[in-house]
Design a protein. Structure first.
Length: 327
């Protein structure tokens, strides 16, 4: 890998391969606003990047500063290896990474009118008009003002004008929202809520705590219609998909002991945390480190079924409820 301390900003196309760039790649003149940046493997860029077109043909690559691509940020479908965007990524048009053999990690948020991702981990949220996600993990929210398509994904929560779903999906928070009823095939689409799953124990390789687990979300019966009126009298209609009304054991579980928030926060703040943290096992031994890469592997193992989350037992005896509320 060759170190570059100053990139020639006069070029119309900057190609990086086997390079470590110590500076930012930022235009200094109007003519440089139309520059294209191409990455072709084994690249580390320490600073921020601005480009009209930002194209990644291969990994591994790590970008440690924020990135803005005016026309498009594009990861080619044939790309391999790990491609890690440590901080936020934005475009005035499109962010696209529909890869099959690469692992894409977005350590911050994504903001673009069109976002299309496959096999990607997003530690923050996605803000867009149109979003297409396939086999992705998004620890924050996905907010699509027009269309959101979800296929076999794990998402914190979502809000979309129109939501189309397929495959087996997971939600990390109790409720999500759509401005129209979600479109899905009942024969092939499943949603599981993980807000009461003991992800902390699973991350440490330990047995799940009692009264914890995933909850099946009934997309028909768990749907609630809500009409809201703002100060101007404008009415808006939303459909919420929530498990809150079906969970009898919520108050029997100490959500703090599940340590799910440590996993999510550690990933979302990965680029800002100055030291490395870990979870302690139940016997007091040091557990696995909370690094973005290890958390990415864990959440994908849950998504793809390598790590199984048991289904929660919703049957609670009267004596258990009485004992809980008497305390």
């Amino acid at each position: 890998m060759t170190d570059i301390n100053d990139v020639n900003m006069g070029q119309n196309v900057i190609t990086l391969k086997d390079n470590r760039v110590a500076t930012s790649i930022i235009p200094r003149t109007n003519a440089e606003l139309g520059r294209k940046v191409v990455v072709d493997g084994d690249v580390i860029v320490e600073g921020a990047i601005y480009a009209k077109h930002f194209d990644i043909s291969n990994g591994p690559a790590e970008f440690r500063g924020a990135i803005f691509a005016d026309t498009e940020l594009h990861v080619q479908t044939s790309a391999k290896g790990e491609i890690y965007f440590v901080k936020s990524v934005a475009s005035s048009s499109t962010v696209q990474a529909l890869v099959s053999d690469a692992r894409i990690i977005f350590g911050g948020e994504i903001n673009a009118p069109v976002v299309k991702l496959r096999n990607a981990m997003v530690c923050g949220s996605i803000y867009s008009k149109e979003v297409y996600l396939e086999n992705c993990v998004v620890l924050g929210g996905v907010f699509a003002s027009k269309v959101l398509q979800i296929d076999s994904c794990m998402i914190g929560t979502f809000h979309g004008a129109e939501v189309i779903s397929s495959g087996i999906n997971y939600l990390l928070y109790p409720s999500s929202f759509s401005e129209s009823p979600m479109s899905f095939n009942p024969a092939t689409t499943q949603f599981w809520n993980l807000s009461l799953a003991d992800l902390g124990s699973l991350y440490k390789g330990e047995e799940e705590k009692p009264n914890t687990g995933k909850i099946a979300l009934d997309l028909i019966n768990d749907k609630q219609k809500t009409d809201l009126t703002d100060a101007d009298g404008t009415k808006s209609m939303y459909y919420s998909y929530s498990v809150a009304s079906r969970v009898l054991v919520t108050d029997l579980v100490d959500l703090g002991n599940l340590e799910n928030h440590f996993l999510i926060i550690s990933a979302s703040l990965g680029s800002q945390v100055l030291k490395q943290y870990s979870l302690n096992k139940s016997n007091g031994e040091k557990g696995p480190d909370l690094t973005v890469r290890q958390l990415t592997q864990f959440f994908f193992d849950v998504l793809n079924g390598k790590i199984q989350v048991r289904e929660i037992d919703g049957n609670v005896t009267f004596d258990e409820l009485k004992k809980h509320f008497d305390n």
